[in-house]
Design a binder for this molecule. Structure first.
Ligand code: PLP
Length: 401
């Protein structure tokens, strides 16, 4: 039998060492629970970083994947198949953006939005190259996406990046207005910054983006890879801050674990695209589209309302937790996307949580992040917060209120 030690040893030897993984090997899941190779159960409040939206081993998803695998998995984009147009039209109805380009990851979706923002200006005959992005942003690891990602940790080893990117503080409306000019192709924003520490962008900033883009013609790109598609109990978060994006990147929850992402476009941006401009071998294959259609069926069949209801309960419970623990400086987020900002590094809590059988993660050094599956129940939220409280006590002992 392969042991945990064997798994770790072979990875250490043959897998590029870019991930600091917890020392556990999962091989089974059900609902909001994962099981390790020793049979121990963990309550999963991170869902593979916001991806396993339907939880694990969801019966309808499993049946659809099995059925599709027996029928046809992949044909490439050389030919038509029946599911891509159907998925695009469902996403169009949900987002108000009429066209989709399918790819395989959030970074690729962001990459497509950056390319087609420039493509739009090229088609106008007045090329623009500039992008305005926000401090604490995270948009992915490809060269374009990392160029609009703020933290130097992700950028420094890979210089030079795509030029002509200006970063502004997310709370500085004047800096934003000064940065967006008639050379700006687009401004890119996560309506709730995820990796940057679960930080919602304010409505005042949303209004300033809208106004500056109206005045200069710059396009608005919403990166809804983490916060979109029902994660906060509404279809997308752009509308919460009054944004009407011209382009949008989505991913994570969309395939409920099967890799699929998309860039969505307004008609005027899409009109600039020509055959051969962009492409992906895998993008939007039958298996991935089938999974995404199951996700949308669930989302629109009552799951979005469930997220809103359970999310409200989770918010109330987290605020109660905060009132008992002075080391929690702030609770930020919405729906089922939450960050607990501590007055110290969050890593010990994440480790202690795992000892308690709870999976959460740390982001932006001091933030414990929770991104549970959309199917989580109020009872599981209560159980998770109980375990988190035990983890806080185990990590920091008597230093609490
Ligand atoms: C807002 C946002 N954009 C883009 C990405 C990149 O997605 P992926 O890791 O699927 O490339 C992420 C991933 O965390 C994200 O949170």
């Amino acid at each position: 039998m392969t042991t945990v030690t064997d798994v770790i040893a072979v990875e250490k030897e043959h897998v590029l060492q870019v991930y600091r993984r917890g020392s556990v090997v999962f091989d089974r899941g059900r609902g909001c629970r994962l099981f390790d190779t020793n049979g121990r159960s963990y309550l999963d409040l991170i869902s593979g970083v916001g991806v396993a939206s339907l939880g694990h081993a969801h019966p309808a998803l499993a049946a659809a994947i099995a059925d599709q695998a027996q029928r046809l998995v992949h044909t490439s984009n050389l030919f038509f198949h029946p599911l891509q147009g159907e998925l695009a039209s469902r996403l169009s109805a949900l987002s108000g953006l009429p066209r989709a380009f399918f790819c395989n990851s959030g970074a690729e979706a962001v990459e497509a939005t950056l390319k087609f923002a420039r493509r739009y200006w090229f088609a106008q005959g007045t090329p623009r190259s500039g992008f305005v992005a926000f401090e604490r942003s995270f948009h992915g690891r490809t060269m374009g996406a990392v160029s609009v990602t703020w933290d130097d940790h992700y950028r420094a080893p890979f210089q030079p990046l795509v030029p002509d990117v200006t970063f502004v503080p997310a709370d500085d409306v004047r800096a934003l207005t000064a940065a967006i000019t008639d050379r700006t192709a687009a401004v890119i924003v996560e309506p709730i910054q995820g990796e940057g520490g679960v930080r919602p962008i304010s409505s005042a900033m949303g209004a300033a983006i809208t106004e500056a883009c109206r005045a200069t013609g710059a396009l608005v790109i919403a990166d809804e890879v983490q916060c979109g598609l029902g994660r906060t109990g509404r279809a997308f978060c752009s509308s919460r801050i009054g944004l009407q994006p011209d382009l949008m990147a989505i991913g994570k929850s969309l395939g409920a674990g099967v890799p699929i992402a998309a860039a969505l476009f307004s008609e005027r941006v899409a009109a600039a695209a020509a055959f051969g401009d962009h492409g992906s071998t895998y993008g939007g294959n039958l298996l991935a589209c089938r999974a995404a259609l199951v996700f949308l069926d669930e989302l629109e069949g009552g799951l979005m309302g469930h997220v809103a209801r359970v999310g409200a309960h989770m918010e109330a419970q987290l605020k109660r937790l905060q009132s008992r623990h002075s080391i929690i400086r702030e609770i930020r987020g919405a729906g089922l996307m939450w960050g607990l900002d501590l007055d110290r590094p969050a890593a010990p809590v994440v480790d202690a949580a795992m000892q308690q059988g709870l999976l959460v993660n740390r982001t932006a050094d001091t933030v414990v992040r929770l991104l549970p599956p959309y199917i989580i129940t109020t009872e599981e939220v209560d159980e998770g917060i109980g375990l988190l409280e035990a983890a806080l006590a185990a990590a920091f002992g008597g230093q609490q209120r």
